[in-house]
Design a binder for this molecule. Sequence first.
Ligand code: FAD
Ligand code: NA7
Length: 457
Amino acid sequence: MSKQRIAIIGAGPSGIAALRAFQSAQRQGAKIPEVVCFEKQDDWGGQWNYNWRSGIDKYGEPVHSSMYRNLWSNGPKEALEFAEYTFDEHFGRPISSYPPREALWDYIDGRVRKTDVKDKVQFSTAVRWIEYNGEDDNFTVTVENLRSKTTSSSEFDRVIVATGHFSFPNVPDVKGIETFPGTLHHAHDFRGAEKLADKRVLLIGASYSAEDIGVQAFKMGARSVTMSYRTRPQGYKWPEGMEELPGIDHFDGETVHFINGETREFDAVILCTGYLHKYPFLASDLALSSPNNIYPAGLYRGVVWQKNPKLYYLGAQDQWFTFNMFDAQAWYVRDLIMGRAKLPSAEERAAHVKQWRARFQALDGDADDVQFQADYIRDLIEATDYPMFDLDEVVRIFLAWKEDKKQNILTYRDKQHRSVMTGTMAAEHHTTWLNELDDSLERYLSTPERSDIEELV
Ligand code: FAD
Ligand code: NA7
């Protein structure tokens, strides 16, 4: 029998998790399928692979990453740590709980840097179309090599979609917004807050992007930061100069009228209105369509496409947990593909999805959400040989993080948490987040003289 061929679409943290899962089985002596990963960027890391460009990349493709220069982890690193590659192993010493983007990219890369996993990735290669062939029960995957501008097609037995879902901006219409004379972007195109210094900034949205771009703008000296919520305010104790207002009724030039009757004038507007699940290389019967939530409909155990169980999605959920959840998903999908785990019948799968969806729909607030996602991951790990870790302790870390944010949204990143993988307590960083203006890995890992620090305070 010829080897199964597996296509992985995307080499972000989820795609790398899939590559790593197969490699791990191979290291234990198992015969693994032929795996090919297609990645449209020149390097891996997905969102963490920062791109100074916005809009269109050098190949004329939509820029994938929504990350900005000044981004630091917005959750504690202890909640995303790989169970089989720890921060201690990577950095060789304790680091702080909220590393900047470059340090996290280095960690993701470090796990697989010294292996042959990278050889399985075809970089600068965009997947254009995936067709399911009913008769042969396989998929034709058509790709374009963006460097040579050549297209080619080949057959695969299974497809793992790992293209992320924070890349295609959700851009709502707002009455009169076309009359706004200042700068107007979506968070996807935001690359750094420096140019917001002295500006009156409006952020539309009330989730992670609004919160973090808001505090970045504050840090970089924005004259004022106003965040507009649709459903409910974020409710943090904002420092002077930051405020939350309800929805927008309309724009009239630089003046914005809010639905509570208040008005403000702005120089810059950033739409922090989230992202769309969009899979332009899949027909509608294969493409996931969902709002951003932690249990999208149509996926058995959050990964198997119910309508065609040879198609899998990784990382399709809204994310409390990230890297270690992608690992758990990847290990489970690998085991299904390699016949180590049994796929239940369509009816059993549907019943399972129904049960988890019902639980998901009854969730009431953040604490419930985090616990739900922890239970979801536990269920996957129990079905695989991925190392189990103390998920309940990670839930407590998340709740402590939420509490720290409630206490002070500007200082939560200066707190330390303990790794559930190694027991190591995070180090105190040499400079507080508010005072640190250099986000480079070099600076992060350096040990500056005390006077350097004091100069910044
Ligand atoms: P992605 O990282 O999005 O990777 C998908 C990959 O697929 C990309 O490399 C892309 O180029 C490739 N791809 C897409 N389409 C194609 C195609 N047609 N053909 C070939 N390749 C394709 N998580 C945290 O844990 N902590 C944080 O602090 C944090 N901050 C974030 C901040 C921002 C602004 C955003 C947007 C996300 C943040 N996240 C954070 C969540 C982040 O999405 C995950 O950490 C992680 O990157 C998701 O991994 P992924 O592999 O599923 O998707
Ligand atoms: P999210 O978490 O999906 O949040 C989107 C926000 O945008 C949310 O507050 C929505 O309000 C709001 N939204 C959506 N549409 C509208 C309209 N039409 N008007 C006003 N407000 C709207 O996206 P984020 O970008 O914040 O975060 C995504 C990832 O990036 C996350 O993983 C981070 O780590 C970084 P709602 O509450 O639904 O009323």
